[in-house]
Ligand binder design. Structure first.
Ligand SMILES: Cc1cc2nc3c(=O)[nH]c(=O)nc-3n(C[C@H](O)[C@H](O)[C@H](O)COP(=O)(O)OP(=O)(O)OC[C@H]3O[C@@H](n4cnc5c(N)ncnc54)[C@H](O)[C@@H]3O)c2cc1C
Length: 387
């Protein structure tokens, strides 16, 4: 099979590695000339970590990752812990640890593995365009040169051009929310901010997620706010003065953490309806291209990694029946991805409750307790590929 992948993000790199390990040669095209350290932290939950470990990447990840002992949920104004979800035993509970990383580090681990893999031809600075599906295969151009393959895998992110070919334009949904992101040297954040766990602050129609990355040398901060800005980039600078006004009245712990930040970038959050088609003819989608989700469950990259595993398994089992393999992939993945996508959306509603309703939410979380709250995600973190 001649296989091309559009996009060397987490979805494209993982798919390329799994394809190559299954004996398929693959051309991996990335429009960026080099893969820079876009974004900040990423949480790799056990369901995705298991697949990366099967690729033999566990030691490389552990070298750069932090294993959180808990997720503490606090009130943004009081600063007090409402509930703490125990993650220290994640490895025992799910078979694989929960890891916190810099996105660039994760991408670097995948990229190094792809470069060392003789089955993968990596083409940087090569944007794919001019797609045409024909009975003989998928045609496209890369740097103005024509190509034809038996299968094109669209791993080209939330603004996917491959998706337009499959399900038409206008696949993106607005969220009315932005993610403000920064990383801070650990030595500069307040001493009473825990460095061994994820801390989430729930405020009035806002929430903030903070966790250690790079072996706890840096602290990743993401503040989700409701605003009408709809910028396109992943790295638009954000004005700290605006953020300070928005978060006026929050606890000193959170305020001091914000003050320690040297600068902020903000990303507009959008999503892609997972129920639209993911495959047609000789093309198929993985990752954000298929089903970008709101980041309130920290599962976008994890779902991309799971997609890669299931797609490659379907292709390998179907041998030459590509169409059958793609249809099977979509049938196998859609229910789970849709559930995760909807749960992420619901989490946003729960996290962003107004001061009127938030006390009921907090009381419910306290009553349930951390152990039971974590247990509600066993279906998510405990997932593994089945035959
Ligand atoms: C604030 C925030 C926090 C998040 N936190 C987490 C988390 O903790 N855990 C988690 O699992 N997920 C998280 N996510 C989601 C996660 O970042 C994404 O789901 C994931 O990065 C998607 O990977 P991808 O490879 O599908 O897409 P992308 O990372 O967008 O990669 C697409 C690639 O395709 C390339 N490309 C685009 N068009 C073309 C073309 N025509 N030709 C060639 N190349 C092309 C792009 O340059 C890019 O490199 C978060 C997201 C946000 C916004």
């Amino acid at each position: 099979m001649r296989i091309a992948i559009a996009g060397a993000g987490i979805a494209g790199l993982t798919t390329a590695l799994l394809l190559s390990r299954a004996g398929h040669g693959v051309d991996l095209y990335e429009r960026a000339a080099n893969l820079s350290e876009v974004g900040a932290g990423v949480q790799i939950s056990p369901n995705a970590g298991r697949i990366l470990e099967q690729l033999g990447l566990g030691p490389a990840l552990d070298h750069l990752a932090t294993r959180p002992v808990a997720i503490d949920i606090r009130g943004a104004v009081s600063g007090r812990v409402i509930v703490s979800l125990p993650l220290a035993k994640a490895a025992a509970r799910y078979g694989v640890p929960y890891r916190l990383m810099h996105r660039g580090d994760l991408q670097g681990v995948l990229l190094n593995a792809a470069i060392a893999d003789h089955g993968i031809k990596l083409h940087l600075g090569a944007a794919l365009a001019d797609f045409a599906d024909t009975p003989a295969g998928m045609r496209f151009s890369a740097n103005d040169a024509p190509h034809e393959v038996d299968l094109l895998i669209g791993a080209d992110g939330v603004r996917s051009k491959v998706r337009e070919l499959i399900s038409g334009p206008n696949g993106r949904q607005s969220s009315g929310r932005t993610a403000w992101r920064t990383t801070i040297p650990a030595a500069k954040v307040p001493a009473d901010l825990p460095r061994d766990r994820t801390t989430m602050f729930l405020g009035d129609r806002t929430h903030v997620v903070i966790y250690p990355i790079r072996s706890a040398r840096e602290i990743n901060v993401v503040a989700i706010v409701e605003e009408n800005w709809t910028g396109e980039g992943w790295s638009e600078p954000g004005d700290p003065a605006w953020l300070a006004v928005h978060f006026r009245g929050v606890s000193p712990l959170l305020q001091d953490t914000f003050t320690a930040a040297a600068g902020w970038t903000r990303w507009y959050l959008s999503a892609v309806d997972p129920l639209a088609s993911w495959q047609k003819g000789h093309a198929v989608l993985v990752g954000d291209a298929a089903h970008a989700m709101l980041p309130f469950l920290a599962q976008g990259a994890a779902m991309a990694i799971e997609d890669a595993a299931i797609l490659v398994r379907c292709l390998t089992r179907a041998n030459t029946d590509i169409e059958g393999a793609l249809a099977r992939y979509e049938v196998l993945r859609k229910p789970r991805v849709t559930r995760v996508w909807q749960t992420a959306r619901q989490s946003g509603t729960i996290y962003h409750m107004s001061p009127l309703t938030a006390p009921f939410r907090d009381a419910t979380m306290k009553t349930l307790g951390g152990e039971r709250l974590l247990g509600r995600y066993d279906w998510l973190y405990g997932w593994r590929q089945t035959d």
